[in-house]
Design a protein around this ligand. Sequence first.
Ligand code: SAH
Length: 481
Amino acid sequence: MKNIIGNANKTTKCQTTDSDFVCKKNDECILEIEDLGTEGEGIGKICGYTLFVKDALIGDKIRVKVMKTKKNYGYAKLLEIIKPSNWRTEPKCPMARQCGGCQLQHCNYEKQLEWKRKKVENCINRIGGLKHIKVSPVIGMNFPYYYRNKAQFPVGNDKNGNIITGFYAGRTHSIVPFTQCCIQHPYNSAILDIIIRYMQENKISAYNETSHKGIVRHIITRIAQVTGEIMVCLVINADKLPKSEKLVQMLLGCNSKELDIKSICININKEKTNVILGNMTEVVYGSHYITDYIGQIKYHISLSSFYQVNHEQTEKLYEKVLELADLKGKETVWDLYCGIGTISLFLAQKAEKVYGVEIVAQAIEDAQENAVLNNVSNVEFFVGAAEEVVPLQYEKSGRKLKADVVTLDPPRKGCDEKLLNTVVNMQPKKIVYVSCDPATLARDLKYLCQKNYNVEKIQPYDMFGQSYHIENVVLLTKMHK
Ligand code: SAH
């Protein structure tokens, strides 16, 4: 092993004497972090060779051990912080480094927001090729902890055979056992403790991924912020959960005035897969949904339906969508990737007609119920892939289908080009694009800009404080030819 001193800053020459410098596995070196990668990992250079270091921040001077090397870059492990960056702060969670859930707890929140804004701007400039576009400062949370309303905890056994639950360590499937996560609702830990106790007392086994044996795979909870209603679901590798009535009894015992378990479900997943949910769900207590509010609108949310995880930020984001859509009451709106109709119902308050399209059938059932629940009659929903439904409706109309406003809110992979092409043909004056992935957003904006749309505003929202993720709302307007 040799000790190497990296080019701590750009003016210092590399101090190694080896001119054919190669960074090898197990080398230890000292480097200064100059940038952060897309997933929040520190980036430093040693003699021009790039090293990625998890848990390191811009401005840190650190000692690292090289773990893996590729031709032009490698990965190193943080061993010691020699001089800390002024971005550093003490992580709230003692497990922050082991757990894969948060990547930025060691980074001051203001700096997290600053970095996220830059990250979006880089994507828009580099991938989108839209050099002149400025990204607005990120709208952050008032308190960036305990905000998630949905949690998925894997269940397993430790070395001694004890049942454990917690979170996966970064990029692995080994469970870091802990139940007091500081981005989840604090109530989760009481629920998890009860479920573990139920499993121990009734000899219900935990699932083992390797042997594909054992019963309980995951615990899912959803907590409605406004109503306090809770859904608890156990995902099992069996047709039935033994003694489920005991589980119901134990869980209901922890209901309080503020928090109320309204739904207990058992989801059956007997596949050898990383996908958490199976296709069959049995309700063993209460209803198949919980109810929550965003603004004045009431929503029923089922287990398999998508619902934004951060209530405070979602409210701000939907208000922004409404503001940017700038509806006057006569418009036809298409809300694509509409989930349970959240944005559709928000916009229906001010539009003549809103059409929603969503691939998950249960979400559309929820959306239809939600329209009735809120006395909204000017919405219509379609089940299916947006890239199939919308082109089909366009053809059916004899290519006459038009929209005044289109909202797009796709999953991380962004929109299919076939869909974007049809959207352009529908000639909306405005497109409001809500995105959870800046790279695919940039790709899709590039396409829309080539088709005569102009990016007017990019507004990031921090929906996922302490993680590297960032949500954006973009307004595009059709240019006059
Ligand atoms: N607008 C909603 C949901 C956004 S999440 C909200 O704010 O709550 C993205 C949604 O797209 C999910 O509900 C997902 O099920 C759905 N989806 C994924 N792929 C799709 C596709 N190809 N066509 C239509 N919907 C899709």
